[in-house]
Every structure is written in C-alpha cells, then in structure tokens.
Write a protein that binds this ligand. Structure first.
Ligand code: FAD
Length: 343
C-alpha cells in the first residue's frame, strides 16, 4: 500500500468509532481536513471557531504548509533540506522550531540508547523508504556499511540562545530525517493554534499522531481506536480514552515492500543498518505531547516486543504493543497504559 493509502486508515477508524455512538449531538462541530507531510490530517472542533469553518480550514492548511516547508526532506527547498545539502561542519542558522525538533530527536535518541536516530536517513533512503526510489536489489553489506558511516546522533549538535539557534554536524555528509516525528510536531502545533483561538474541545490527527482535549459533539470524552494490524480498516484492536494526552502509533504492517520473497519494513534498526525483522507489528504510546509520542513509538518498534515492554515499564510509559504470534496477534501493554483502556 502506498504511504498515502496507509495513512487514510487511521482517520477513517476514528470517525467510525465516534460515529458508532448514539446520535445525541449537543454542539455543532467544525471539520478541517486535507493532505500534509505525505499523509492526511483531520481536525474536529466542537463549538465555534473565530471566522468559522473557512477560517479554520485556511489557518490549519497554512500552518501545516509552513512546517512542511520547514522540515520536509521530500522538498529540496525546505530549511532542513538546505542543512542536509550544506556540505560543511560550520554552524548553520535554523529557526527555533527546527531547533526544538532536533533537540527532541537528540533527547529521545539518548533516552532509547540510539534506537531513535534522526540521522538514519541515508539508510532509510538506501532501503527505499525516503524520497529516493525503491531499490530493485537488496542493498549489499558494503552499501549498508557506507551509509552507516554517515549515521549517529552524536554527529549533530544544536546550540540555542536568546537570539539564535544553530546546528552543526561533525561530518559534512550527515543527513537529518525528521519523518518519524514530524507529524506529531504538526499535531501539537495545530492544537496550539486551536487553544490560542479559545477552542478547548477538539481532536487533531495527522497520520498516526493525535492530540485531543475535552469532549466530542455529543459531550463525551474523545475515544480513539487502535487498529488491528490487518488490511481491514474496520478491525479494532482496542479502544482508548486519552483524556487530553497525545497518542501516537507506529506500525510495520502497512509501510513495507517485498523483494526476493522477503518483506522489508520501513523501520530501520540503526545497530544493523537493516529493517527490523522481529514480531512486533505496532506500538502505541501516550505522552503529554504528540511530538514525544511520535518519536518514542518508532524507537519501541526498533526494540522489539520484550525490550519495548520492559523499557515502557521501567520508564512508566503508557505503551500498547501488538505482537504477531503463531495464532494471530497478541496485545501486550505496560502497567501505566491500563487506565486508558476502555473495557
Ligand atoms: P513512523 O513509525 O512514525 O516513522 C517511521 C519512519 O521514520 C520511516 O519511514 C523512516 O523515514 C524513519 N525511520 C525509520 N527507522 C528509524 C529510526 N530507527 N530512527 C528514526 N527514524 C527512523 N512522504 C511522502 O511519500 N511524500 C511526501 O511528500 C512526504 N512529505 C513529508 C513531509 C514531512 C514534513 C514529514 C514529517 C514526512 C513526509 N513524508 C512524505 C513521510 C511520510 O508521510 C511519513 O512520515 C513516513 O512514511 C513515516 O511515518 P509513519 O507515521 O508511517 O511512521
């Protein structure tokens, strides 16, 4: 399935779950939706918005376009692409927003022992999951080693002061890829826009990352579905009530391709330089911001089922995993996830 195809599914699922409830609408709802960051977004606002539906749509579109133009590696003119093209180890001036993203990447990388690695882009591209074309042959060990020489979070340094933000790389050919948590960052920024406009009941989804607050149009707390890792969009694995916290899911079951009879996931293990091969098929994380959740879910996918669960329990992180077994799929979750599950 294309990256566009896989992303629509989460939005459809949420709408379904919310639509299943009894029709007792008490408040009007405004919707904004569209394409961004190679995927889809959907915003629901309960009540009113200054300037109405048209203003909501226009402002969310403009905001997401602004961040896409800043952080996309698919756009050669973005600020991040310009840094990637800057073949020098001299400091490079960036915006405060880009600095915040890079700092989150470095912090989560450290927290996860380098498994979340925003410099993994050369390997992502080599395996055909970035802006470069998909390979027609499995990359050789030599190609993988060559790409790995450019990878490592310790090769990127960010410096922020009251009047500037700078980033510097240790090697001129280091390449930063923020695809893994750009959507979460976007969801946080849309949530901030809504809050600044006096909206306190909303749901924002960009691909697998969401922010919600308050209640839906029926006056009920927002509920979200974690999907079963199948091709059927209607299959629900679990229903959760995030109570104002952000949720993000990463999965290896929709973004993959097959070559020479083998299946290759888009999640790369920086330790091997290769796509993951274990049985963890999806990881859902709940944190205060969508940026944090979207960064952590990919690292959990790299860890695999056992390590991901022990990491979550050690860090008191609400995490829900779906693991492939001989009999089908099995759910495993950390102790702190339980209060969010709707029985
Ligand atoms: P997640 O699990 O959240 O992230 C997985 C992705 O992270 C992989 O695809 C890879 O890029 C990267 N990754 C893999 N392993 C690691 C690791 N160990 N550490 C860190 N990162 C890792 N796609 C398009 O097809 N066209 C576009 O124009 C386009 N524009 C984009 C613009 C922006 C600003 C962003 C943020 C993304 C864009 N994308 C685009 C990418 C796409 O929409 C998704 O971000 C991507 O497919 C992965 O998102 P996910 O939520 O499916 O997976």
């Amino acid at each position: 399935m294309s990256s566009w195809g896989k992303k629509v599914i989460i939005g459809v699922m949420l709408t379904m779950i919310l639509g299943c409830e009894k029709q007792e609408t008490v408040q009007p709802q405004l919707d904004a939706q569209g394409k961004t960051m190679g995927t889809f977004y959907h915003v629901k606002v309960v009540g009113s918005y200054p300037g109405g539906q048209a203003a909501l749509q226009q402002q969310v579109d403009a905001l997401l376009k602004h961040y896409n133009d800043e952080i996309s590696t698919y756009d050669k003119n973005s600020a991040l692409s310009k840094f990637n093209q800057f073949q020098s180890t001299e400091p490079f001036a960036i915006s405060q927003d880009l600095a915040d993203l890079l700092i989150c990447g470095l912090r989560t990388g450290e927290q996860t022992g380098g498994l979340l690695d925003m410099t993994v882009g050369p390997l992502v591209n080599l395996w055909g999951f970035g802006p470069d074309k998909r390979p027609i042959k499995i990359p050789s060990d030599e190609q993988i080693e060559k790409a790995r020489e450019r990878v490592g979070i310790n090769k990127v340094h960010v410096e922020v002061s009251s009047n500037h933000a700078l980033v510097r790389k240790d090697q001129p050919d280091v390449y930063v890829d923020l695809s893994t948590f750009g959507e979460g960052f976007g969801a946080d920024k849309v949530a901030a826009l809504l809050e600044a406009n006096g909206v306190h009941n909303y749901l924002v989804e960009i691909a697998g990352a969401s922010r919600s607050r308050g209640v839906n149009a029926k006056g009920q707390s927002w509920r979200l579905a974690i999907q079963k890792p199948t091709d059927e969009i209607a299959d629900v694995q679990a229903i959760i009530q995030p109570d104002g916290r952000a949720v993000s899911t990463s999965g290896s079951y929709r973004n993959y391709y097959e070559l020479d009879g083998k299946r290759f996931s888009h999640v790369i293990d920086p330790r091997t330089g290769k796509p993951i091969t274990h049985k963890l098929v999806s990881a859902t994380v709940i944190t205060p911001t969508a940026l944090e959740a979207d960064a952590l879910d990919t690292a959990l996918m790299v860890m695999g089922p056992e390590k991901a669960l022990s990491f979550a329990n050690e860090q008191h992180l609400p995490v829900y995993l779906v693991v492939k077994t001989e009999k089908g799929f099995e759910a495993r979750y950390s102790d702190s996830f339980k209060p969010y599950l709707v029985q």
